[in-house]
Design a protein around this ligand. Structure first.
Ligand code: SF4
Length: 217
């Protein structure tokens, strides 16, 4: 079976399982979404969702956030981990939004990736889910699934993103990113399966007999 044929199987099964995948991070505008995505680095979406109501009650706009003391931001977001780094990034990013972008979240990769705490993956999530632009954010979880499903043999997330973009139509990227995430959370977590158990692997690798170990990024 070719990689493209496997991609078609994956797409069909994911679409059937999650026809309209919701955005898992609670937010009320592009600014709150950007902050929530930044907080979600190495943290679960559930935990981010427990922290953001208080953060945005304290400061709902870039201007209000930029005026908060870093220590205040830190105290609120501490449960998300990486508190010193994330609180500094949130304060500095808010200042830059006010001074350089008229308090708006920019809608292009270069400007987004110029913001503190915003790497390519975070920028891709914003472009995709806030602005509806085709993007395929790849983190270690999506990398793992792409490996297990034989959609990429890339050693890192950069190569995996390139491979996935070649296999799927750009119109499908935004939904597929979320569908991969939901499948990963529900069925295909980091340690407890080696490619023999459920329908995607059974259909994409019907002859697989031995446990499959993916390349870690
Ligand atoms: S069989 Fe295992 S590796 Fe394959 S999709 Fe299911 S949970 Fe993931």
């Amino acid at each position: 079976m070719t990689r493209q044929e496997r991609a078609l199987i994956v797409e069909r099964i994911l679409h059937k399982q999650y026809p309209r995948p919701p955005i898992p991070l609670n937010h009320h505008d592009n600014f709150s979404f950007l902050i929530a995505v930044l907080l979600s680095a190495q943290c679960t979406d559930e935990r981010v969702n427990t922290v953001t109501p208080e953060l945005f009650k304290t400061a709902a706009t870039p201007k209000a956030m930029s005026k908060l003391k870093r220590e205040k931001i830190y105290q609120i977001i501490k449960p998300c981990g990486l508190g010193p780094k994330k609180s500094k990034a949130i304060k500095n990013l808010s200042k830059i939004l006010v001074n350089k972008f008229n308090s708006k979240v920019p809608s292009n990769f270069d400007d987004l990736e110029s913001l503190p705490g915003v790497g390519h993956k975070t920028a891709s999530v914003i472009m995709s889910q806030a602005f509806g632009e085709p993007a395929f954010p790849v983190d270690t979880h999506i990398h793992r699934l792409a490996q297990r499903w034989g959609l990429s043999s890339g050693k890192n997330v950069v190569q995996t993103e390139k491979d996935l973009k070649k296999l799927f139509h750009p119109k499908k990227w935004n939904a597929l990113h979320l569908q991969f995430i939901f499948w990963g959370r529900e069925f295909c977590q980091a340690r407890d399966c080696f490619g023999l158990k459920c329908k995607i692997c059974k259909k994409t690798f019907p002859l697989r007999k031995k446990s499959f170990k993916h390349k870690r990024p």
